[in-house]
Ligand binder design. Structure first.
Ligand code: PLP
Length: 371
């Protein structure tokens, strides 16, 4: 059996070899960036270099970056650090936003998965100046949100804007100042860096209150000795990602092939602008868990559309917000390619999906969906 085909980059992307090598070197070198001796100064230089690399990926100034333990912490830091009492979130945000702001007002999305801008405008204007948190790209469907337009409307209401760019960075161009947002979250392991490191970008001059107590690291914005090797891996991965952003050719070929195998298959968010690497597709009548297991047996790794951190499949809040029925959402899988994906990988997936469809798909499809 050939090595497994990995098409689950939105869950985590394999560590890029250059990031791995740089991390090993940094681990060997050791040192605390706060120490004044030579070993400490070399560690500081590594962190500074990585800060420039990550900042360049999103058009930020190095000083605007606050390294964190990942996207989850960055999102939590933004929601707490803006000090706004009123928070607005879109209905399709990641749990690290939704659960960090349990009292937030929720803005609906359209059937395409794009935020309902008219509803947003009404909501943001009706009340005290809020913090608005809307992601740049959705992790399940890849649908991109009109952030610059959201910022324009938010400004009219005196609102601040946080953007979770965890899934977008390294896949599509991201420019902090072009978008105009105040806070931007990033995570290393979604773009070929290590898990457990990320960053919150705080635009120059924007208010930010640190919520953990301790040392003065990260210019007093995030206490705790830096994860030097992780940060170094993040920097190298960010630079590599910037040099080779994803193209949509593989995704488009995949979707065309799946639709020709199963004409009733539905690609969620297909009407909207999407990430070039993400396909959320249903095989009507076949449970997502069945598809994931069958593909796994065929050596292909993908996710159920709604896999959560425990690996269990729950009802997808994202697809529900897009008006997708439970039955259809229950048969959705997510296929996400990345920096090491090749055309042969997609061919293996297509072949395995076709085998499954021939074996169980057609016979199991309810009459109402097979029409
Ligand atoms: N935001 C989005 C959109 C994500 O997809 C994820 C991870 O799946 C996160 C935030 C959390 O990032 P991390 O795993 O680095 O905590």
């Amino acid at each position: 059996m050939p090595a497994a085909v990995y098409l689950d980059h939105n869950a985590t992307s394999p560590l890029r070899p250059a990031a791995f090598d740089a991390m090993v070197e940094a681990l060997r070198a050791g040192g605390n960036p706060s120490s004044v001796h030579g070993v400490g100064r070399r560690a500081r230089a590594l962190v500074d270099a990585a800060r420039r690399q990550v900042a360049a990926l999103v058009g930020a100034l190095p000083a605007e970056l606050v390294f964190s333990s990942g996207g989850t912490e960055a999102n939590n830091m933004a929601l707490a650090g803006s000090c706004r009492r009123r928070v607005l979130v879109s209905a399709i945000e990641h749990d690290s936003v939704l659960k960090a702001a349990p009292n937030a007002e929720v803005v609906p999305v359209e059937r395409s998965g794009v935020i309902d801008l008219a509803a947003f405008e009404r909501q943001v204007m009706s009340g005290e100046p809020a913090l608005v948190s809307v992601m740049l790209a959705n992790n399940e469907t890849g649908v991109l949100q009109p952030i610059a337009e959201i910022v324009r409307l938010a400004r009219k209401a005196g609102a601040l804007v946080h953007c979770d760019a965890v899934q977008a960075a390294g896949k599509v161009p991201v420019d902090l100042h072009g978008l105009g947002v105040d806070y931007l979250s990033l995570s290393a392991h979604k773009l070929g860096g290590p898990a457990g490191v990320g960053a919150l970008v705080v635009r120059n001059g924007v208010r930010f209150r640190a919520d953990r107590r301790g040392g003065g690291q990260e210019s007093n914005r995030r206490a705790g000795t830096e994860n030097v090797a992780g940060i170094v891996g993040f920097g190298v991965a960010a630079e590599a990602a910037r040099a080779g952003l994803a193209a949509a050719a593989l995704r488009d070929r995949l979707e065309q092939a799946l639709r020709s195998i199963a004409p009733q298959a539905r690609v969620f968010g297909a009407e909207a602008e999407r990430l070039p690497n993400t396909t959320c597709v249903s095989m009507p009548g076949v449970a997502a868990a069945t598809q994931v297991m069958a593909l796994d047996l065929a050596g292909v790794c993908v996710s159920a559309g709604a896999a959560c951190s425990s690996g269990k499949v729950h009802r997808s809040a994202v697809l529900a917000a897009m008006g997708v029925s439970d039955a259809e959402a229950g048969s959705a899988i997510r296929i996400s390619s990345g920096w090491n994906s090749r055309a042969e990988d997609v061919d293996r997936l297509i072949a395995a999906w076709r085998d499954l469809y021939v074996r169980v798909g057609q016979s199991d499809i309810p009459k109402s969906q097979a029409a």
